[in-house]
Design a protein around this ligand. Structure first.
Ligand code: NAP
Length: 300
């Protein structure tokens, strides 16, 4: 299979490129600012320049495009809503339309932040979204524009993405923040009133590629099977990496002031992907074990 992966310089994109190459697929990645050093050719692309995307598609003739490019800084989206709308809302639809014209499969990566977080139970794919900040609103526009322009697209929602970046081998996301604070002897305030289903980037990459090979379409949630607080997530990280937990402090979302509101309960229900693939999603401990193995192996 020939894949075109946009946003390959990011955490998820680097994992998709690497997993696809290891599985024997031909991959062309695109990056935005810094060219990643992955085992595939890369070209610079701003996804808002859809004519450049069209040329790239004409040259590389992919079977599938996986769009991992996004403005992911939730607070920056609040201060730059026009840019967020362009990148997260409009560009995915424009590039999906180019793929639809050529019968190229299209995967759009989205987020649990399309939900308002007011439910106490896990969010299934058919729950009506109601985002409460610009990031979620623009990502939801992106989902809707993609389906309008490419009705057989695959939309993947993730939650609290973390993992090892396949170019730098650095741990990224929430565990990196926890480990770095503990490394400098600082206390780590962790919310006990927020609930999430963390998604390991490497696991998401494998699952997305399996769904693509299986010609899946529609919306799927990919995350670990466990709904946890950031505090529990922090404890899990420390336990897995043999780090003392005494500097972990319980805190609440009210203790922190940020420009964008965060939903308090966005655990994703993963029954649909489990049923489709006939296997359970990993629990948090299994995903953290995989992180430990990657770090020990210094995996690229
Ligand atoms: N991170 C999370 O916790 C999380 C949670 C749920 C869903 N998601 C979704 O998962 C996907 C992947 O996110 P990630 O965690 O891998 O984030 P990431 O590491 O920030 O990667 C996003 C990539 O998009 C690139 N990008 C930004 N603007 C672009 C543009 N105009 N044109 C082309 N590329 C552009 C960035 O490049 P530069 O840095 O060079 O600008 C970056 O490499 C996104 O769709 C995100 O919304 C993420």
């Amino acid at each position: 299979m020939q894949l075109l992966v946009t946003g390959a310089g990011g955490l998820l994109g680097s994992n998709i490129v690497s997993t696809a190459v290891q599985a024997g697929h031909d991959v062309l990645g695109t990056y935005h600012t810094d060219k990643p050093d992955l085992m595939a050719p890369h070209r610079r692309l701003d996804i808002t320049h859809h004519e450049t995307f069209r040329k790239l598609v004409n040259e590389s003739a992919p079977d599938v495009v996986v769009n991992c490019a996004a403005m992911t800084d939730v607070d920056s989206c609040e201060s730059k809503p026009t840019h967020a709308e362009k990148v997260n809302g409009q560009a995915p639809g424009n590039i999906a339309a180019i793929c639809a014209e050529r019968n190229i499969a299209f995967v759009q990566v989205s987020t649990d932040y399309v939900f308002d977080g007011k439910r106490e139970t896990k969010y299934r794919e058919d729950i009506t979204p109601n985002p409460i900040q610009t990031y979620g609103q623009t990502k939801l526009t992106g989902e809707r524009r993609v389906f309008e322009c490419h009705p057989s697209a695959l939309i993947i929602r993730l939650s609290f993405v973390y993992g090892v970046h396949e170019d730098t081998s650095d741990l990224e996301g929430f565990p990196a923040w926890v480990v770095s604070r503990l490394g400098t002897g600082e206390e780590v305030p962790l919310f006990v009133d927020q609930h999430i289903t963390p998604t390991r980037a490497g696991q998401a990459a494998e699952t997305i590629l399996t769904l693509v090979s299986d010609d899946a379409a529609g919306t799927y949630h990919i995350a670990c099977s466990e709904c946890v607080t950031p505090y529990k997530f922090g404890e899990g990280i420390c336990n897995q990496l043999d780090i003392d937990t005494s500097l972990l402090m319980e805190s609440t979302t009210a203790d922190v002031s940020r420009s964008a509101s965060r939903p308090t309960h966005t655990c994703l229900d993963v029954d649909r992907v489990e049923a489709r693939l006939g296997r359970p999603q990993p629990d948090l401990a299994e995903d953290l074990q995989a992180i430990r193995s990657s770090l020990e192996a210094g995996v690229r």
